[in-house]
Design a protein around this ligand. Sequence first.
Ligand code: M6R
Length: 605
Amino acid sequence: MCGIVGYIGKRDVAPLLLEGLQRLEYRGYDSAGVVVTSPKAPGLKMVKAKGRVRDLEAKIPARFKGTTGIAHTRWATHGAPSDVNAHPHMSADNKVAVVHNGIIDNAAELRRKLEAEGVEFLSETDTEVLTHLIARSTAEKLEDKVRQAVRMIEGTYGIAVLHADFPDRIVVARNGSPVVLGIGEKEMFVASDIAALVMHTRQIVTLDDGEMATLKADDFRTYTTEGTRTTSEPTTVEWEAESYDMGGHDTYMHKEIFEQADAVDRVLRGRIDDRFSTVHLGGLNLGAREARQIRRVKILGCGTSYHAGLIGAQMIEELARIPADAEPASEFRYRNAVVDPDTLYVAVSQSGETYDVLAAVQELKRKGARVFGVVNVVGSAIAREADAGIYVHAGPEVCVVSTKCFTNTTVAFALLALHLGRTRDLSVRDGKRIIEGLRRLPGQITEILKQEEQIKELAELYADARSMLFIGRVRGYPVAREASLKLKEVSYIHAEAYPASELKHGPLALIEPALPTVAIVPDDDLLEKNRAALEEIKAREGKILAVAHQHQEKADQTIVVPKNEDELDPILMGIPLQLLAYHTAKALGRDIDKPRNLAKSVTVE
Ligand code: M6R
């Protein structure tokens, strides 16, 4: 989605802002723009361009100097991608410039009012409304002008505002769209994502919804849109600037797939309690007595995080014997669900900013529910909104297509399941068995990734398929669903996931040589049932690629993965299929890190 970067200090601002925008390219965008000023030479200079950040850079004149500026990458919502619709949006008197992430719901109505008052709009965007509202405010201070404007709009926003009459400051505001301040030495930064900040500072302040901030070179202050001061102590982010480099890989997706052994090691670190065969999850704040009072667990997430939740729900049922299920947060929030005080709700999100998940959390909290977060980005909106939670410690995930975060989230769920299980009836022996299984995961991931060459050949073999069927049974079914999502989003090949048990209830009609099936065949108590499904497919001349713990006779090819404990096998079985999706996309020449029409975090409705 859209990205915001801003800076105030002594440095030449344009190159710094362009570098920041490049760090946000992974979020997906279609145009970009930048505006600069400086206390020594007030007045705003602006350049905008449809296309990539490099197209913007090419348009910037040599004498585009300033020490304060804001910049933006836009993902079109109101109006097509174009130079004129790109942000910043400037007022007619060239005094106010605004960059905005989010959607203003009452933009059409405000636009009509402003037009009736004689305001001429240049763009088709909702954001331009804000620019004119700020420019027309008669308040004396810039902060008050912005406050008045944001109080007139309905919807979501993360904004940064520059004013030619106030070249010593940037004013920012947040409601539903992330805004993070970066605190430097006599310089301040702002961005919609810490990815654009960590090469300059690791001291950050994350704004809350309804909060604003004024940034000056040597100072910042935060306050609410009502004008009440708030206290915001900077926190230190762990993520290093190097985490955002490609590190010799051709894409972030490839890099992130290969980071998984280390990432899993991190999510386990310091959490295992061998003495009691359980885990410590410090962020949960959940006493044993309270844990025993949980009657159900309901997991909410979107896309890949939802799939991780499906695996998590099974682990919780198996290890803790608590009824558990997962549902897309995007559905849950619209269906006036019955909210039960004895249910533990768990919101899952890599970014911690997905609007559908955040809205579900807010609705649950409004109804008095207890909500835990399973989140990757520390300090993100969902992490802060949740009552407690588990960070998945996957490190920054840049590729739009989620891989290492999926794996780490499933491991985090295994920890939660073990913790809940050991407060109930999971025996010490089983606790120990699961802990040993968790400890084997990093080494086993490394083993799987060594098969890249074979998986690449398989990807090339199947890359011309028009569609692929993914099947799995019980533990294997969420793995099949996630693998099918991975393939379709990065290769654009149609893929469908089905429970293997449902084959004969319909999808068997599709089987023919041109429709390959990827079958998840773990060596568990359902092995024979899964083999029977392979027979059924083979009898209809379907091609089969199996992911299994041992060679499958009925399959045309088998990717053999190391066996772990039955409950933990789903964590590993999807990993070769991430590589399959990656190499299929590569064979087809796709834009792997930025698949068409997708954004890294979906912070709008
Ligand atoms: O940041 P989140 O985990 O909340 O994002 C949820 C989905 O938008 C995300 O998983 C999406 O499905 C990815 N493109 C999957 O690769």
